[in-house]
Design a protein. Structure first.
Length: 309
């Protein structure tokens, strides 16, 4: 049996660790509340962009847009969003497993790392880290997403990459946060479906098409090629898709941050509970060792007293 001194030291060490885990849980809780507020604030803008693209794709059978055309390039770009710190349960490892499970070719896939933990995990798996933007994940701004989108679009238009994906963790609630792989480019019509707003299918269609009809049904404009060989729908689509893509990246940042803090809060809560169990077990061991020591001392005193008689 371990000595009373070693048991006491270990118990004090666990108690000190428990104080740290409690503090980290409180910090993660506060950060989670702020992240959830930012996610909710971004939802309305995303829904408007999404509905606009749905309306354009639904009303036109054929469009000539650079964002709808598949490039012959076999290269793919994947934005991988993780965290810069650990102690978040399986949050980071799940993202690495997601990328690996998708079966991307390690030789032709370019990884844009947004978080050092994901970068380190993918490097160990043999993936090429094209660029490291880990500093952005600490406090993502919409301007950062715009610059990143411009860079990706430049590479896409140049034919250096044929497809663009983003891997992030979708925040459902405090307990559920799932890793998701989402395709950004090229845009496919099947990827866009009308949002469920509670309205009937006919009402949703009318609402979705109302704004575009009133703008496009101008004399000599609707369905007529504009200067440069572009119809109004194509011009609108070419303008709105970069904004949509920027918003998807920004929303993925917000979802990832909320998921990270939720995962860390859960991990620290579990660690605190485990520390309670360890402290109880060590206290029991300490009391048993102390009782054994007292019993031994009493036995020695009695044996000594009997020897003197």
């Amino acid at each position: 049996m371990a000595s009373m001194r070693s048991i006491k030291r270990r118990r004090e060490s666990v108690q000190s660790t428990q104080q740290i885990t409690k503090a980290m849980k409180l910090v993660s809780t506060v950060k989670l509340q702020k992240a959830r507020a930012r996610v909710e604030a971004n939802e309305l803008y995303f829904e408007i962009l999404y509905s606009t693209i749905c309306s354009i794709l639904a009303k036109t059978s054929s469009l000539d847009s650079k964002y709808l055309q598949k490039s012959e390039s076999a290269g793919k770009a994947v934005l991988v969003m993780s965290s810069n710190r650990g102690l978040a349960g399986g949050y980071n490892s799940n993202i690495v497993k997601l990328v690996e499970r998708e079966g991307f070719d390690k030789d032709t896939t370019l990884i844009y790392a947004l978080g050092r933990k994901g970068l380190e995990g993918l490097q160990r798996k043999g993936y090429k880290i094209h660029k490291d933007y880990s500093d952005i994940i600490n406090d993502p701004l919409y301007d950062d997403c715009m610059l990143l989108t411009k860079e990706l679009l430049k590479e896409f238009e140049a034919g250096n990459i044929g497809e663009i994906y983003v891997a992030y963790t979708d925040f459902k609630n405090t307990v559920v946060h799932d890793p998701v792989m989402r395709k950004l480019l090229p845009v496919e019509k099947d990827d866009f479906k009308a949002l469920d707003t509670g309205e009937s299918a006919e009402d949703q269609k009318l609402l979705m098409n109302y704004g575009m009809e009133t703008e496009m049904q101008l004399p000599n404009n609707f369905g007529v090629a504009m200067p440069g060989g572009k119809t109004p729908e194509e011009r609108v689509l070419n303008l709105i898709i970069p904004k949509y893509m920027t918003n998807i990246i920004y929303g993925a940042f917000l979802e990832s941050i909320a998921s990270e803090n939720a995962a860390r809060m859960q991990a620290m809560d579990s660690a605190t509970e485990n520390a309670d169990d360890m402290i109880s077990s060590l206290s029991l061991q300490y009391n048993r060792a102390r009782q054994s020591s007292i019993t031994q001392e009493l036995t020695e005193i009695i044996a000594g007293a009997e020897a003197l008689q």
